[in-house]
Design a protein around this ligand. Structure first.
Ligand SMILES: NC(=O)c1ccc[n+]([C@@H]2O[C@H](COP(=O)([O-])OP(=O)(O)OC[C@H]3O[C@@H](n4cnc5c(N)ncnc54)[C@H](O)[C@@H]3O)[C@@H](O)[C@H]2O)c1
Length: 283
């Protein structure tokens, strides 16, 4: 059972049309979230944790890889998750009643603005959508496209999401290429370097509103983005040979780190970039 079915004595309101899929309001009730009426035991009996019970989480790039894992893990802890991205119909999350999968090109400013306008509040945000186009990023159009998705759209999401937040946290996705340059991927490396600085800047800007802003810097994580490199045995060997933990990371390991940064356990952490890379950057 989903907790929004309990609709008496609520303190917080949401727009009915923004309720996640399969969650309806009882006849005659206003659209409300009964935060004080959460029955933890009932949620747990249904296999749902309560760490993020009824928190509203927006994840971009939520249709694949790290973003998808985030959406799933937040939902498994009771959150109401909006997973934005391309190829929404193909996402396995479409079957998850705690996640609303939204087809969205994050560089479509109007669509993004409309989406956020429809939300009553946001508690946590993970703008994870990202692309890289190996060997083509020296071309002006491709360079601009990568920067638009990986940096400009992240800033836009933060600005739009911030307007709906009265606390909570944002976690951006950096990379090992925030540290290294890349002759093959100059736009990707530039955008991810900028994400670290954006994290610090937004941490300062949003602190007075009680919003913490951090980033994770994933190492080599087993997602579709990594598939071409993973498929190359020689490249895989070099990567794993340099990674102290000697394996690729699982997207769920990123999700757990992101959830830590969102949780109260990280209440004095803001402006930080946390490597989640099996030790790759130590070598
Ligand atoms: N996989 C890794 O090893 C790794 C390492 C470091 C950083 N990252 C970063 O993690 C994030 C997620 O990457 P991933 O590995 O899960 O990749 P992925 O390819 O599995 O997922 C990328 C997601 O971004 C979405 N996306 C791409 N362009 C979009 C657009 N214009 N509008 C909306 N959504 C768009 C896709 O639909 C997808 O949901 C990216 O920012 C990436 O740079 C990944």
């Amino acid at each position: 059972m989903f907790a929004t079915d309990k609709l008496q004595d609520a303190k917080y309101t949401v727009l009915a049309e923004t309720l996640p899929r399969n969650r309806t309001l009882r006849d005659g009730c206003e659209a409300r979230i009964p935060v004080e009426a959460i029955d933890g035991e009932e949620l747990m009996a249904n296999g749902i944790g309560t760490k993020f019970a009824l928190k509203v989480v927006v994840v971009t790039g939520g249709t694949s890889g790290i973003g998808e894992a985030c959406a799933r893990e937040f939902a498994a802890e009771g959150a109401e998750v909006y997973a934005l991205g391309l190829n929404a119909k193909a996402s396995p999350l479409s079957a998850n009643p705690s996640v609303r999968v939204v087809e969205m090109d994050v560089t479509d400013d109007k669509a993004l603005s409309n989406f956020f306008a429809g939300l009553n509040r946001v508690d946590y945000m993970v703008p994870a959508a990202g692309i890289s186009v190996a060997d083509k990023e020296h071309e002006p159009d491709i360079f601009d496209k990568v920067m638009a998705v990986n940096l400009t759209a992240v800033m836009r999401c933060c600005t739009l999401g911030r307007a709906k937040m009265t606390g909570g946290a944002i976690v951006l996705i950096a990379s090992m290429y925030s540290t290294f340059g890349s002759s093959q991927r100059p736009a990707y490396a530039a955008s991810k370097g900028a994400i670290v600085q954006l994290t610090k800047s937004l941490a300062q800007s949003y602190a007075s509103a009680g919003i913490r802003v951090n980033a994770v810097a994933p190492g080599w994580i087993d997602t579709p983005l990594l598939a071409p490199l993973k498929a190359d045995e020689q490249v895989s060997e070099i990567i794993l040979g340099r990674t102290p933990l000697a394996r690729f990371g699982d997207p769920s390991e990123l999700a757990k780190a992101i959830m830590f940064l969102c949780s109260n356990d990280a209440s004095f952490i803001t402006g930080a970039t946390l490597p989640v890379d099996g030790g790759y950057l130590t070598v």
